[in-house]
Design a binder for this molecule. Structure first.
Ligand code: FPP
Length: 248
């Protein structure tokens, strides 16, 4: 199945490399996170023109609580100030903000900032920007499964709705098309596990604080050149015998 340039894309970004960016410059790791927040703004600005309608950013995993308390506190502060500062900007640009993940372990001030941002930007239709905070893909799947009644029939799209619901996302959020991880690391780290069944994966060397609109454009262009077959055979393969052999 070829990629349609008109279809709105759901892109997931694993923003990795903040610490290494800072350490390479003799700066504290937290400085890398601050510069990472600037890169978030660039990515959000570039996304709509590239045909991205849902952008999910991995800002803080459920396992990131294992980091030193000072670093956790800086990250939480950056999230709060991003939500407060960007709320009006997002509203004006038609960006709807949402947070996926647990909220019960976040500070009341951060939860208030999330709710205010969700409320202020709720009408946005140009881009759905989801920040994954205290997020675990496995936990979302477990919670969705636990919510099923014993006799309930649930197909894949029904279960996707359940997974989204379990992590506080909009019920109609689609499967993810493309996951980009920066900094050369090649793993999913518990990010969008159910939603990424047929996602294209892209691992790029750029460290997150250096990521910009041009990087996102290159990634989306490379994605559009890939052929997604969803377990089928190539539609451009001119040799029916080969297709039959593969399909058989
Ligand atoms: C991974 O890099 C990055 C994170 C765990 C945090 C991501 C946070 C931001 C980009 C800033 C705040 C976000 C928003 C939405 C305003 P790392 O620290 O693990 O880097 P390393 O692998 O080089 O140590």
């Amino acid at each position: 199945m070829a990629n349609s340039p008109n279809k709105g894309l759901h892109v997931g970004l694993i923003m990795d490399g903040n610490g290494r960016w800072a350490q390479a410059r003799g700066l504290p790791r937290t400085e890398g996170h601050g510069r990472g927040a600037d890169a978030v703004r660039r990515a959000v600005e570039a996304a709509p023109e590239l045909g991205i309608t849902t952008l999910t950013l991995y800002a803080f995993s459920a396992d990131n609580w294992r980091r030193p308390a000072g670093e956790v506190s800086v990250l939480m502060g950056l999230l709060e100030s991003f939500l407060v500062r960007e709320r009006e900007n997002c509203r004006r640009r038609g960006v709807r903000l949402g947070l996926i993940g647990r909220r019960d372990r976040l500070s009341p001030a951060l939860v208030r900032a999330i709710e205010a941002a969700e409320h202020a930007t709720g009408e946005g239709t140009r881009l759905y920007l989801r920040l994954a905070v205290d997020y675990s893909g496995r936990s979302a799947i477990l919670a969705a499964a636990a919510a099923l009644r014993p006799d309930e029939h649930c197909d894949e799209s029904g279960f996707l709705r359940r997974v989204n619901h379990a992590c506080h996302s909009d019920l109609e959020t689609p499967q993810v098309d493309l996951i980009i991880r920066t900094s050369g690391e090649q793993r999913l780290s518990d990010f969008l596990l159910f939603e990424s069944a047929y996602a294209e994966l892209m691992f790029i060397e750029t460290l997150w604080p250096d990521f910009d609109g041009a990087d996102l454009r290159r990634a989306v262009e490379a994605f559009r050149r890939r052929e997604r077959r969803y377990g089928g055979v190539s539609s451009s393969n001119g040799n029916p015998a080969v297709e039959l052999a593969i399909a058989g």
